[in-house]
Design a binder for this molecule. Sequence first.
Ligand code: FES
Length: 105
Amino acid sequence: MTLKYYVVAACTELAVTNQMYIDLNGEEILLCREDENYFAVSYYCSHEKFTLEGGTIAAGCITCPYHGAEFRLSDGKVTAPPAFEPINTYPVRVEDDTIAIGINE
Ligand code: FES
């Protein structure tokens, strides 16, 4: 498997909502922004497979809008229950105004 990067968005596209749904070759990803940092994580919570979109982003974590589980954006680790399984994360590259996400192919 090879890690391949795809440009998915311009930084300005996340300026308002801080989140964006990305379907990258079937991988459903939530692209997140906190200040000038960008993260790509699974679109779905590991608790009951509801979406993380709309969750609050703060202190490097995202809080699931459904039951409040919290995940660290950098590595997907659970930082608050009720989830106990981590979520997937993906490498992100920012160059000039473009954001690329890496996936294994
Ligand atoms: S679905 Fe995310 S905490 Fe329950």
